[in-house]
Design a protein around this ligand. Structure first.
Ligand code: ATP
Length: 284
């Protein structure tokens, strides 16, 4: 038997960090939504008690370091599953990009293996398992649009933002999330984005106010370390995007665009600057 799952990329419309906790994690407040740039997982049962991962992408680990492998191992151990699985990852989401590609693969593996092995695990329990794999995994299990607190695992679903075009551009650098958080100093922040203002904008369906209230405090670290990300933001603004923000710890920058007529100009303009540019829709 085979099952398939899509693993969409996430973007942060807002990412605020309150403080570093005693356990080493950061206390965050994030508003996240999914876009229709997605990896695809094919999961096939194996008669042997083993986990095998393959992918066309040569640049990700295919062993126990792969987050989909870790998800399969966790669910097997926790639910005493003695059957094996072959997981093929068709990677479309750029890696180490701030788009939670690995976390979304892990979440898709949890959802898919729950079906493949008919375990009947609730979504809440899948989220709890996911939190053991990474802070973004619980959100990737549920999808939709949500506000995430704690270290990212405390989720509250909210309504979807107004539909628009999303242009994603990833400069040719890989950014480590751990490094960015390591360099981040909450006490030095002069400005926090307003979560209530963003929630209100989403609730009212005001595209202009969503754009006006985009905010990500990790930009203070990544834009300083990688001036090309700042440059990319400027270019996206100048090309006419209505709102521009770095996603997660970067380096991907996304632009929200209300009018379809502007999209190709922005896409073509960005392609002169970086190779990885995607035009997608929000998954609403
Ligand atoms: P986040 O936004 O959650 O911090 P990211 O988009 O910045 O994630 P990922 O693409 O998830 O970063 O990759 C982070 C690291 O995880 C990379 O170094 C990569 O080698 C490793 N990794 C493990 N499993 C996967 C996977 N299935 N897909 C992509 N990367 C993976």
């Amino acid at each position: 038997m085979k099952v398939y799952e899509k693993a969409p990329a996430k973007i942060n419309l807002l990412l605020d960090v309150m403080r570093k906790r005693d356990d080493g994690f950061h206390e965050v407040e994030m508003i996240m939504t999914m876009v229709d740039l997605a990896d695809r997982l094919e999961m096939e049962e194996l008669p042997r008690d083993t986990i095998i991962i393959s992918s066309q992408a040569g640049y990700i680990p295919l062993d126990e370091k792969n987050l989909a492998f870790q998800a399969a191992k966790l669910i097997k151990d926790r639910y005493d599953v003695s059957r094996g699985v072959y997981i093929h990852l068709d990677k479309k989401i750029p890696v180490a990009a701030g788009l939670a590609g690995g976390s979304s693969d892990a979440a898709a593996a949890l959802r898919g293996l729950n079906r493949l092995w008919e375990l009947g695990i609730s979504e809440d329990e899948l989220c709890t398992l996911g939190a053991e794999l990474g802070s973004d995994v619980p959100f990737c299990v549920t999808g939709g649009t949500a506000i995430a607190r704690g270290r990212g695992e405390k989720l509250e679903p909210i309504g979807n933002p107004p539909q628009c075009w999303v242009v994603l551009a990833k400069p040719p650098i890989n950014v480590s999330t751990a490094d960015v958080y390591g360099k981040f100093r909450a006490s030095e922040l002069k400005h926090h984005p307003s979560t209530p203002a963003m929630l209100s904008a989403i609730e009212r369906g005001s595209f202009a106010d969503v754009c006006a209230n985009l905010g990500n405090v990790l930009e203070t670290v990544t834009l300083h370390a990688y001036p090309e990300v700042l440059q990319l933001k400027d270019i996206m603004y100048r090309l006419g995007a209505d709102g521009v923000l770095m996603s997660g710890s970067g380096p991907t920058v996304f632009g929200l665009v209300g009018k379809e007529a502007k999209v190709s100009r922005i896409y073509n303009g960005l392609r002169g600057f970086c190779k990885e540019v995607y035009v997608v829709r929000m998954l609403t």
